[in-house]
Design a protein around this ligand. Structure first.
Ligand SMILES: [Zn+2]
Length: 197
């Protein structure tokens, strides 16, 4: 068995590349190429995988939710909360059904349970944009409907699919306990799916 602190393969504590001035073999004279980004002190901009936006792009790929961009992410006692914003413009008027694109602020913030991230309960938070119809009388406002979430559900569609898959081999009670989701919430997922056909 190989020694876990095998310095030949840079696995040991001494083997980690250092970003402190004078200690970095790539920048022996110090970090003159510091990216200047306050969130990445001392990280040279020439390392593309440390580019400020790369972590969000990585997270967006993992999230696998179409039409959203990650705004922020926080880890709380209850799990992970990922705040996103819609990158889709416009929606259909709730009254006449026409495509509308005149912005009218945002609807109330909603928090939806999503697939767990590394075993941590994960929630997506979003303020859906609202749009105003200029053709209908009284210029009614409609909140954008996301393709990845049914309006009355407190979960993303991906999470509901995950629960339904679990129900193939378990009871509602089992899934409720295992997933830390109320019994009624699991029943709600089943009911909505039957309704949608
Ligand atoms: Zn309309």
């Amino acid at each position: 068995m190989k020694d876990l602190h095998d310095t030949e393969h840079n696995c040991g504590p001494e083997g980690y590349p250092s970003y402190f001035p004078g200690e970095n073999p790539f920048f022996p004279s110090g970090n003159t190429a510091d990216s200047g980004d306050a969130r990445y002190p001392g990280i040279p901009a020439v390392f593309p995988w440390y580019a400020p936006r790369s972590s969000d792009a990585f997270l967006e790929t993992l999230l696998n939710i179409p039409g959203v961009a990650v705004e922020s992410m926080e880890i709380t006692g209850e799990g992970v909360i990922i705040t996103v914003r819609s990158t889709v413009e416009g929606t259909r008027c709730g009254r006449c059904g026409r495509e509308i694109c005149r912005p009218y602020g945002h609807g109330r913030e909603i928090t939806l349970r999503h697939l767990s991230l590394f075993g941590n309960e994960t929630h997506i938070r979003i303020c859906p944009p609202r749009y105003q119809c200029v053709r209908c009388e009284g210029s009614p406002v409609t909140t954008q409907k996301a393709s990845w979430h049914s309006q009355r559900s407190p979960h993303t569609t991906a999470y509901e699919n995950h629960i339904l898959t679990q129900l193939v081999s378990s009871t509602v009670g089992d899934v409720s306990v295992r997933e830390h989701v109320g019994y009624e919430a699991v029943m709600g997922i089943i009911a909505r799916r039957i309704e949608l056909g």
